[in-house]
Ligand binder design. Sequence first.
Ligand code: XBP
Ligand code: MG
Length: 244
Amino acid sequence: MNTLRALIFDVDGTLADTERDGHRPAFNAAFAGAGLRWHWDVAIYGELLAVAGGKERIRHYAARHDPERAAAPGFGETVAGLHAAKTRHYLDHVAAGRVPLRPGVATLLAAARRRGLRLAIATTTTPDNVEALLRATLGPDAMGWFAVIGAGDVVPAKKPAPDIYRWVLERLELDAADCLAVEDSELGLAAASTAGLRCLVTPNAYTAGQDFGRAWMLRDSLAGIGPDELARRFAEDPAPPAAA
Ligand code: XBP
Ligand code: MG
């Protein structure tokens, strides 16, 4: 029997709907600021979400839509500059309080803390973005709620690689079999599952319709689910297969 000891949350799409009206316009503002005629509309951005990570997403798009520029010397610095500008735009947006948490998230986090569960973050997004969101939505002490925050380039391979979950598990000093991942996407589910974690998936408008066959639990939202029920269900279920 396994005991639930920690919840490991993805950020984008899971804690908050950050993509369509947060990251996407920030990318577009960075492109416009650099004089590029690139624009990611809602549909294009949905397709680009198949690539995790902002810098990786820019490179992927450029290779297909602006191949000469992408092949030119110095394009690596161009990407770094665009991404830094994008992050500044995104941080302004979040700090202004324009990105609320998804329903049930704040309640679940607070209840999990009261129950003594440890909390952690495993995300591909930039660390500053995580801090800005937690502070803007949960208050100035919110970073301290999380025992481990794994974000951005701390691991070279982003989701669906399991690396960020393994990085977090190592620092939590817990077995995957005693932790639950919370994700919104197929990429995130793959990362968590390959790391040997059970995964609760709560899809959003961009990820609904993806394949969540490997999910331990699938819910429209985190509202109405508490740590007691999660821990009970967790204890009843056999451990997932050992991590690959
Ligand atoms: C989220 C992402 C992130 C954001 C952009 O994936 O892919 O890259 O879209 O953030 P997940 P950065 O929710 O699976 O972690 O621009 O800071 O990379
Ligand atoms: Mg996500």
